[in-house]
Write a protein that binds this ligand. Structure first.
Ligand SMILES: CC(C)(COP(=O)(O)OP(=O)(O)OC[C@H]1O[C@@H](n2cnc3c(N)ncnc32)[C@H](O)[C@@H]1OP(=O)(O)O)[C@@H](O)C(=O)NCCC(=O)NCCS
Length: 157
C-alpha cells in the first residue's frame, strides 16, 4: 500500500469509493467533494495499491479567535481493503497535515452506530466530546470526537 496526496485526475476513483462506502442521503455530492479536494485549507490523502485507489481521507482547517482547528471531513476505505490498517495510516497522515497547518486540535462527527469508525478514532486517542441528535439525514445521531494535536501555534488572522 502506498500513500500520497490527491491529484485532480484521482477524482473519479475517489468518488467511486464514496459510492461504495455511502448510500444516499449520507453520500457526499460530487460538487461538495470537488470543493473539498480543491480547497487550499484542506488536505486529501490517497491510499493506493497496484495503481488502484484503496481509500482516502480529507481534513480541513480554519482559524477562529486565533486558534486553528482541523476537522476530519471523511475517511473512507474500499470495502475489500478494510481491516489492514489503511484507515489508521490515512488518519495519521490527515493529522500530520493538520499539524503542519498549525492546528491545535482535530475534531470530527461520526455516526453513533458506526462501530468500525468509532473504534478507529478511540484507538487513535480521540475522546468523545458530545452527541448531536438528528445530525445526519433520517434522524441519525452523530457523536463528536476530538483530539489535541499538541503543536498548534496561535495565528494572527
Ligand atoms: C472506518 C474505516 C475508514 C476504517 O478503515 P480500515 O482501513 O478498516 O481501518 P483499520 O484497518 O486501520 O482499522 C482501524 C480499527 O477499526 C477496527 N475495525 C475495523 N472494522 C471494524 C468493525 N466492523 N467493527 C469494529 N471495529 C472495526 C479495527 O480492528 C481497528 O482497530 P484496532 O486498531 O484497535 O485493531 C472503514 O471501515 C470505512 O471506510 N468505513 C466506511 C466509511 C466510513 O464510515 N467512514 C467514517 C466516516 S465518519
Amino acid at each position: 500500500m502506498t500513500y500520497r496526496p490527491f491529484r485532480p485526475e484521482d477524482f473519479a476513483a475517489l468518488y467511486a469509493i464514496e459510492e461504495a462506502c455511502f448510500q444516499p442521503p449520507l453520500r457526499f455530492s460530487r460538487a461538495y467533494l470537488q470543493r473539498l479536494v480543491r480547497s487550499a485549507r484542506a488536505a486529501t490523502w490517497i491510499a493506493e495499491e497496484s495503481g488502484a485507489m484503496a481509500g482516502f481521507a480529507i481534513v480541513e482547517w480554519r482559524a477562529a479567535t486565533g486558534i486553528v482547528r482541523a476537522y476530519l471531513q471523511t475517511i473512507e476505505v474500499a470495502p475489500e481493503k478494510r481491516g489492514q490498517g489503511v484507515g489508521g495510516e490515512l488518519m495519521r497522515l490527515a493529522e500530520q497535515s493538520a499539524q503542519a497547518a498549525g492546528a491545535a486540535a482535530i475534531w470530527l462527527h461520526v455516526d453513533a452506530e458506526n462501530a468500525a469508525a468509532i473504534q478507529l478514532y478511540e484507538a487513535r486517542g480521540y475522546r468523545r466530546e458530545g452527541r448531536e441528535a438528528n445530525y445526519y439525514p433520517r434522524g441519525r445521531a452523530a457523536l463528536v470526537y476530538a483530539k489535541p494535536l499538541g503543536q498548534g501555534a496561535p495565528v494572527s488572522s
